[in-house]
Design a protein around this ligand. Structure first.
Ligand SMILES: Cc1ncc(COP(=O)(O)O)c(C=O)c1O
Length: 388
């Protein structure tokens, strides 16, 4: 038996969601009010379900059967993405790669670059960026980009040069979307230092403020420096079905002059093998006339629930951020409580939240609440909070 990969052992023990589960189970709550959940709670649109059924039936007929598909996705889905999500942004079909979730893409994209690359990751942020780089042997190469209240939780460009930068807008967990000006600064920075930006737009469909870019390619020059990832998970309830996509511009080149687009194609030919036909057909249905109306209705429900949550917390005098362009509300803990202390207090009131410290050291002192929770749960939780 060989030794294990020592970098895998550098991951923190007890993935923090397991820790939350353990605490919640121990409490044995009769009526848990889950405001922690970052997963969908509304059923999928009927146009998605119909497309899924139809495509599954096609698999049972000799005439319409599909075997292995293209590793970068079917043309029918790529065309819909180009026509809808990149209507005026000049993205080519062969710059779009269908994937099985941003989790896969964001955690593997680092494999394309040298192990010695210096990586910039927001603190706090979606834990996958850090964990994937730790497994990839870059634990010592990570520069944390602080997200602070005084900077409206936007990452500031460092003085030093970074090779790879992960930007997430709207950000998980702070719920804040990056302004156009901030993204422009990062694109300029990346050009100056020959860095690559990995832009995670998982929550782009929740943006409501004017003038907030949904795509980094709305910023001039971004096609020279950025890879974009978007997902159908939160937009259309695909957290279980698994479908997302990346855009890798053809002109994106590494410092040593390799085309990133071709390298990713090579990589997924080896590792991914594509996303199944019925799932891609289901994703295509999102772009139909009915599909668009249906998924917007569901997003509206999540947005209304987030608004109730945000306003309710404000009324109770909590200092809250986010919740306008994202389904997440970032709440400063009262009385200088640590994240886990406040989590425990909330749990005493049957409320499940996510301790901010699980997203990075600068998440300490905050709690993340989620607007994916059902309205009745949010209202009951706000009522219980009154008694705190
Ligand atoms: C910022 C961010 N990116 C990506 C994901 C995962 O997306 P997917 O379901 O497409 O893998 C999540 C899930 O919570 C997330 O918060």
């Amino acid at each position: 038996m060989p030794n294990v990969n020592p970098d895998l052992l550098k991951l923190k023990n007890n993935y923090f969601f397991n820790e939350i589960d353990k605490k919640v189970k121990l409490k044995n709550l009769k009526n848990p009010l889950n405001l922690g959940i970052g997963d969908i709670t509304q059923p999928l649109a009927s146009s998605i379900i119909e497309a899924l059924k139809k495509a599954s039936l096609e698999m049972g007929s000799k005439k319409t059967l599909k075997g292995y598909g293209p590793s970068d996705g079917y043309l029918f889905l790529k065309e819909k993405i180009k026509e809808n999500d990149y209507l005026n942004l000049d993205i080519d079909i062969d710059e779009i790669f269908i994937s099985n979730g941003i989790k896969y893409s964001a955690s593997n994209i680092g494999d394309l670059f040298s192990k010695k690359s210096l990586v910039g990751i927001a603190n706090p942020s979606y834990p996958v960026y850090v964990d994937a780089n730790v497994i990839g042997g870059r634990k010592q190469n990570i520069l944390y980009l602080p997200l602070k209240e005084e900077n409206n939780f936007e990452p500031i460009c460092p003085q030093s040069a970074l090779d790879i930068i992960y930007l997430c807008s709207p950000n998980n967990p702070t719920g804040i979307a990056q302004s156009r000006q901030s993204l422009e600064m990062w694109v300029d920075y990346a050009k100056k230092h020959q860095s690559v930006i990995i832009f995670d737009g998982a929550y782009g469909s929740f943006i409501t403020s004017d003038n907030i870019p949904r795509s980094i390619y709305e910023i001039e020059g971004a096609k020279d420096v950025a890879i974009e990832m978007r997902s159908f998970s939160k937009q259309a309830g695909f957290t279980s079905l698994r479908c997302s996509y990346l855009v890798i511009p053809k002109k994106l080149k590494s410092k040593d002059n390799f085309l990133i687009n071709s390298l990713w194609k090579k990589y997924i030919d080896v590792r991914l093998g594509g996303v199944s036909y019925p799932i891609q057909k289901a994703a295509e249905a999102i772009f139909s006339k009915t599909g668009k109306v249906e998924i917007q209705k569901t997003i509206d429900i999540y947005q209304q629930n987030t608004k109730i949550l945000l306003n309710g917390l404000k009324k109770l005098d909590y200092k809250v951020y986010g919740g306008i362009d994202s389904p997440y509300v970032w709440c400063k803990n009262p009385n200088n409580l640590t994240s886990w202390q406040f989590f425990d207090k909330l749990l005493d009131k049957s409320i499940i939240s996510i301790p901010g410290s699980g997203f990075g050291t600068l998440g300490e002192g905050y709690i993340r609440f989620s607007g994916f929770a059902k309205k009745e749960i949010i209202l009951e939780a706000l009522n219980n909070l009154k008694a705190l």
